[in-house]
Design a protein around this ligand. Structure first.
Ligand code: SF4
Length: 432
C-alpha cells in the first residue's frame, strides 16, 4: 500500500509524522512523494487555532474531490479534539486521536471504513531513538528536529494543544542523546523541540531538566549547533543561561519565549503563572548575559476582558524589551477551553487592530536589530544548497559567492543592510 503524508502545524507534529512514516514503512507500506500517486493520505492535523482546524477540513475535502478512491486517515491534535467531525467527512476511512504511530499503522492497514475502536486519546511516547531511516527524510535539510518531550502540565485557559496532547512526558536523556548523534550525521543544526520543553525531565524516574539535557547534548554531540524551540521565560534557569552564554554558539543564542500579554490582569485570566514583571526581569537578565540574542515571543491580542489600558501595557512592554521578532495572533476561542466561556469578548475588529499595532512594533524592532548586526560576526548554518544561511540569533542571510560546500557551519561577518543581510561564502567550514 502506498501512503502520502500531509503535516500541519509545529515541528513536534513534523517529527510525529516522521515516526508514523517509519512505523508504516516497517509494516511494508511505501511512502510516496506525490499525493496523487498514493492509495492512502495521512493528514496529521493541528488545532492551535480555528484556522488550523479549517485548513485540515479544507484539505480533506480537496483530497476527496481530486482523488475519490483514496482513503484518508486523519490523525493528530485536531483529530483528538474533534473526532466526530472528521469521521463524518467523505473519504475519511479512519480517525486516530493523537499521534501514536502503532495505532496509526493499524488504522492505515485496516483499509476498512472508520476504525473507531482504534482511536486512542493517549499517545505512547516513543522513547527509543528514531530509526536510521530518518536520514532519508529531510535529506539535504541542514536543520533537523529533536523531540525531547510531549504534552504539557500547565493550564493556560486558551490552549487546546494541552487538551489534545495530555500531560508532559519526557524521553530519557540517553535516548535523546543517541538520536541526536544519529541526526548529527545528516544535519548541521538540531532544534530541541516538544510541546513544553521547559518541563523536560521533571517526570522522569531520575529527575532531569532542560539545562541538564542540553549540557549532555553539547558535550556528547559536539560538532553541530543546537537551538531551543519555544521555552517559557520563567523556565530559562541560570544553568541554561550559563550554557547559552558560554557555549561559543553551540547552543544558539536564540530564545522564543511566549509572552501572551503584558498586562497582569490578562495574564491571570489566561491562567499564566508569571507576571509582567517576572517576564520582564528574566528577559532583561538574559539579554544582559547573551549578546547578540535573537529574542522572539508569541502574543495574543484581544483576549476576553482585555482593555485599552491592558493593550497599552503590552505595547509598552514590547517596546521596552529587546525582541527581534514577534508572532501576534488575535484571540480565537477554542472549543473545550476555559477561555472559550469567558465574558467581555473583545470585538474582532479591535483585536485585529491591536494585533496590527503589535506586529508593526515587532517588525520595526526586527529591522533595527538587523541593521545593528551589519558589520558584526556571525556563525552561519548553510541552507538551500548553500544559497542562504541562518545565524545563531535566527537571522536569515544571503550567501554571496559560491560556497565550498552546500551545507555545514562557518564563521563570517555580516554585510548588506537591515532588509538584505549578506555574508561572504565560506572558504572553509568549521570542522565537522
Ligand atoms: S504552557 Fe500553556 S500555551 Fe503552552 S502548551 Fe502548556 S497550556 Fe498550552
Amino acid at each position: 500500500m502506498s501512503v502520502y503524508y500531509h503535516t500541519f502545524g509545529c515541528k513536534a507534529n513534523q517529527y510525529d509524522t516522521e515516526r508514523m512514516r517509519q512505523e508504516l514503512e516497517a509494516n511494508g507500506l511505501t511512502t510516496m512523494g506525490l499525493r496523487s500517486d498514493a492509495e492512502v493520505v495521512v493528514v496529521n492535523t493541528c488545532t492551535v487555532t480555528n484556522q488550523a482546524d479549517a485548513d485540515a477540513r479544507r484539505l480533506i475535502r480537496r483530497v476527496h474531490r481530486e482523488q475519490p478512491n483514496t482513503s484518508i486517515v486523519v490523525v493528530g491534535c485536531s483529530a483528538a479534539l474533534q473526532p466526530a467531525t472528521y469521521e463524518s467527512m467523505k473519504g475519511v476511512s479512519a480517525v486516530v486521536s493523537g499521534h501514536d504511530p502503532v495505532t496509526i499503522a493499524q488504522a492505515v492497514t485496516a483499509k476498512s471504513l472508520v476504525q473507531i475502536e482504534l482511536r486512542t486519546r493517549l499517545d505512547r511516547i516513543n522513547t527509543e531513538p528514531i530509526g536510521g531511516e530518518l536520514l532519508q527524510h529531510r535529506r539535504g535539510a541542514s536543520r533537523g528536529w529533536l523531540k525531547v518531550q510531549d504534552g504539557c502540565d500547565r493550564r493556560c485557559s486558551f490552549c487546546a494543544t494541552r487538551l489534545a496532547r495530555g500531560p508532559s512526558c519526557s524521553r530519557p536523556v540517553n535516548q535523546v542523546v543517541q538520536e541526536a548523534q544519529l541526526l548529527a550525521k545528516a544535519h548541521s543544526e538540531l532544534v530541541v523541540t516538544g510541546i513544553h520543553i521547559g518541563h523536560y525531565g521533571l517526570d522522569l524516574p531520575v529527575s532531569s531538566s532542560l539545562a541538564e539535557l542540553c549540557s549532555v547534548l553539547l558535550d556528547r554531540v559536539p560538532k553541530i549547533r543546537f537551538r531551543l524551540g519555544s521555552v517559557e521565560a520563567t523556565e530559562v534557569d541560570d544553568q541554561l543561561l550559563e550554557l547559552m552564554a558560554t557555549s561559543g554558539g553551540q547552543l544558539a543564542p536564540h530564545l522564543h519565549m511566549p509572552l501572551q500579554s503584558g498586562a497582569n490582569a490578562v495574564l491571570r485570566s489566561m491562567r499564566r503563572w508569571h507576571t509582567r514583571e517576572q517576564y520582564r526581569a528574566r528577559a532583561l537578565e538574559i539579554a544582559a548575559r547573551v549578546q547578540p540574542l535573537g529574542l522572539g515571543a508569541d502574543i495574543i491580542s484581544g483576549f476576553p476582558g482585555e482593555t485599552d489600558a491592558d493593550h497599552r501595557a503590552t505595547v509598552d512592554l514590547v517596546s521596552e524589551l529587546p525582541f527581534t521578532y514577534l508572532h501576534v495572533f488575535p484571540f480565537s476561542p477554542r472549543n473545550g477551553t476555559p477561555a472559550s466561556g469567558l465574558p467581555s469578548a473583545v470585538p474582532q475588529r479591535i483585536a485585529g487592530e491591536r494585533a496590527r499595532e503589535l506586529r508593526e512594533s515587532g517588525l520595526n524592532k526586527g529591522v533595527a536589530y538587523r541593521g545593528n548586526r551589519v558589520g558584526s560576526p556571525a556563525r552561519v548554518v548553510l541552507e538551500g544548497e548553500g544559497r542562504t544561511g541562518l545565524t545563531g540569533d535566527y537571522l536569515r542571510v544571503e550567501i554571496q559567492g559560491e560556497s565550498a560546500r552546500p551545507s555545514g557551519i562557518f564563521d563570517g561577518t555580516l554585510s548588506g543592510d537591515a532588509e538584505h543581510l549578506r555574508i561572504d561564502a565560506p572558504l572553509e567550514m568549521c570542522p565537522n
